[in-house]
Design a protein around this ligand. Structure first.
Ligand code: GDD
Ligand code: MN
Length: 400
């Protein structure tokens, strides 16, 4: 982390960067004080953008919350000198605090470290690369009415959108959101942009709770483990990046999926997902066995398409019976006839077959994946699809 020069130490006029706390991820409760809003800006190699972003944020907040806010830059010891930029800005603006992390890395954890040292009654986060318009802070703050806990800047609300993202990144973002909804509809389904990195939340809704943050998605973690009541959303346009590049790596997708499974466990219901996957594995054995018995020349030797259709439908019936009497036993709504559940289960499975063909073709032809690896990824993704849609539709929990 950047340190002060000896003369600066002697002069004593320059605040050095604070060193981030370590250990627990818990955000401490704090009594109400002068600071109403603590806005955390996580940075990694943003030396070209941070100054412009901070000056615009300060101009916005000086009007909105004069003397009642702080901006906390949490930098992961960026090799490009972002820390020095933060220190220079601290000299000009007493409401700017630079926090440096020596060894820890990660966007979600950087946000929590900033909130741990924050003083504000409301905690916020926005990117330091110029993609989150500072003027949106006004709409967020105004939407945070007394009985609202969380206000999210959403790309998917009226007035929202995305500029400067390639098609692949847009698709990846929507697929990630879809997977989150399928695995955790009651968490991820609470907002239209659960992957947003731009929001304000009241400290009591997130304080005193042990978090297990990983990767990029701090909002999903809060929605899953926080005590968040009423939520509002404000549409905004995610801007093209003015300088530098995104730090998102393919590994973030894996950590996101693991994060979803961990949250699924934490909020309950992983057992249901595992039961669903186990029944699916059994159904695969039924499908394979029956296909062999019907199509093999040593047996009836029926045509492949006919054999596959019969084998697939028998496997679907097998899975339906198990799901109806085991996986979703507690979800068989009295007023809904079993054949309606069977019909919707069939439709979902048919959708899963079509989806698997599209995914397989896409991963092999566009992604260049070997077909067996692509098929394995397809089986996992379609299992999540079948679970999520059946969980949310065929055997939806009937509000008591
Ligand atoms: N301290 C720290 N440590 N900061 C980080 C790290 C890290 O490991 N990784 C990224 N950042 C900072 C960047 O410097 C930037 O200020 C902000 O976090 C966003 O990082 P990007 O790499 O630019 O993310 P993105 O633009 O691809 O995605 C953003 O928008 C998505 C859609 O709203 C992020 O906000 C995502 O969280 C969000 O899902
Ligand atoms: Mn960005």
């Amino acid at each position: 982390c950047p340190s002060m020069t000896q003369s600066e130490v002697e002069v004593g006029q320059v605040r050095g960067m604070e060193v981030a706390p370590q250990g627990s991820w818990m955000v401490p409760p704090r009594p109400a004080g002068r600071v109403q809003l603590s806005l955390v800006i996580p940075t990694l190699n943003e030396s070209h953008s941070l100054s412009t972003v901070l000056v615009a944020v300060i101009a916005t907040l000086d009007t909105l919350l004069p003397g009642a806010y702080e901006v906390i830059v949490v930098d992961d010891n960026s090799p490009d000198g972002t820390g020095q930029v933060a220190m220079a800005l601290q000299r000009r603006y007493p409401q700017v605090r630079g926090v440096c992390r020596q060894t820890e890395r990660g966007l979600a954890t950087a946000v929590l470290r900033g909130w741990q040292v924050a003083e504000g009654a409301v905690l916020g986060v926005m990117d330091g690369d110029g993609q989150h318009p500072p003027e949106t802070l006004v709409g967020l703050w105004q939407a945070l009415e007394p009985r609202v806990d969380l206000v999210v800047a959403s790309r998917h609300q009226p007035g929202g959108g995305v500029r400067g993202w390639a098609g692949r990144r847009r698709v990846a973002s929507r697929v990630a959101q879809g997977l989150g909804w399928l695995l955790l509809p009651e968490v991820v389904g609470r907002v239209s942009d659960p992957l947003s990195g731009f929001f304000l939340v009241r400290r009591p809704a997130v304080a005193g709770i042990p978090y297990f943050p990983h990767g990029y998605k701090i909002l999903v973690e809060l929605l899953g483990r926080g005590q968040i009541g009423s939520i509002r959303e404000v549409g905004y346009h995610f801007q093209a990046r003015p300088a530098g590049r995104s730090k998102v790596q393919p590994g973030h997708i894996v950590s996101y999926l693991l994060h979803l499974v961990r949250l699924r466990t934490a909020v309950g219901g992983l057992g249901r997902f595992l039961r669903f996957a186990l029944v699916g594995a059994g159904g695969t054995l039924v499908d394979m066995g029956l296909l062999y018995l019907l199509h093999d020349p040593a047996g009836p030797g029926w045509p492949l398409a006919l054999s596959k259709t019969i084998a697939a439908e028998v496997a679907i019936l097998h899975n339906f019976l198990w799901h109806d009497h085991w996986t979703f036993r507690d979800r068989r709504p009295a007023g809904r006839a079993w054949w309606r559940r069977l019909l919707s289960f069939n439709l979902v499975c048919l959708g899963g077959v079509l989806l698997s063909i599209l995914l397989l073709e896409g991963l092999v032809r566009l992604g260049g994946w070997p077909y067996l690896r692509a098929n394995l990824a397809t089986v996992v993704l379609v299992c999540v699809w079948n679970f999520g849609v059946n969980n949310g539709w065929t055997w939806r929990s009937v509000k008591s």
